[in-house]
Write a protein that binds this ligand. Sequence first.
Ligand SMILES: Cc1ncc(COP(=O)(O)O)c(C=O)c1O
Length: 390
Amino acid sequence: MNRFSEITERKGTRSVKWDLAEELYQDPDVLPMWVADMDFKAPEAVVQALTQRVEHGIFGYTLADEPLKTAIINWLDRRHDWNVKKDWITYSPGVIPSLHMAVQSLTGKNDAIMIQTPVYPPFSSVVNDHNRTLVENPLVLNDGIYSIDFTDFESKIRDYQVKLFILCNPHNPVGRVWNRKELKQINDICLKHGVKVISDEIHADLIYPGHTHIPLAGLSKEASNNTITCLSPTKTFNLAGLQASYLIIENEEVRGLVTDYFNKQGMFMLNTLGITAMEAAYLHGEEWLEQLIETLEINRNYVTKRLHEETETLQVIPAEGTYLLWIDCRKLNLSQPELISFMKKKAKVGLNEGASFGEEGAGFMRMNIAAPKKLIEEGVSRIIQAVNHI
Ligand SMILES: Cc1ncc(COP(=O)(O)O)c(C=O)c1O
């Protein structure tokens, strides 16, 4: 038994994944494999640091001070070979708030903003919520591998006079970790047409062997000057409920615009426990993370093998990063409502429906594999059983 095989009861802890699932899937027996958090305890060092802080008993306004910045800088340098300066860091309660702030501060009403569908649903809602024009550059699926249609990317930038591009790297839900050539091409085209880039790299630390996360802003001085990077330890170390994230913005003018926007919403502080957890995770979480990645790789390979060998219809898109598997269910020949109902009622697993990531996601489902093997085995067996009795 290691720390990633232990099953911890999460029902009754106000867990979105477990407690909301009952309401959402209208069945207490549905196994939740949806929203992106993990059924693993955070690193022991994080729990210890939080316990110590809680025992202190006073939770007044708390400084996000120099040692926290140093911990972030060293993490990015060590894990991603990316050299960041202290002044470039600003904090945010989450990547979603950062997306909202960046969109509002860097674009005006009706300005065109591009995203690559299928993609994490808030990317489109953040554009629509602020009455910007949504431009989609759908990813292309060929032989089970997603890639970018750069001709469409550049022509839409030109035709719609796109002002801002929101990149998801690694990509949720298709699991691509964009390589240097792809990132360079994205950067070159965006620079050529004066398009700023928000690079959401929240999954940056969750990379499978054989792949390397490259921060877009780390490509060159020009890339760094044109990129707003959103990062957080919350996906990496399972701390989403603590709401602590940060942005890296080298460009002083852009940083000024974004931070001014945060300040004007009264959002200029992190919470005490978020600060404590972030620092402890970056200082002491590395060994835990290595073991997590090994566990996720085993889960990814297990789900893929079983679904491929024991069904004739389901195809798992090979994930290069993230703990989210994108499963092609189109050969089941079910309409979108039928597919959702099938997974919920017949298989009794709570997955994310593909169409919520954009219309290209119809016929797909997203599965969260960040759970102890026993739960993953149960979920996969339920799906196989249901598919083979359709
Ligand atoms: C790509 C991506 N960005 C942002 C988030 C959410 O970030 P936060 O919880 O910091 O708002 C998620 C969560 O799943 C995500 O997958």
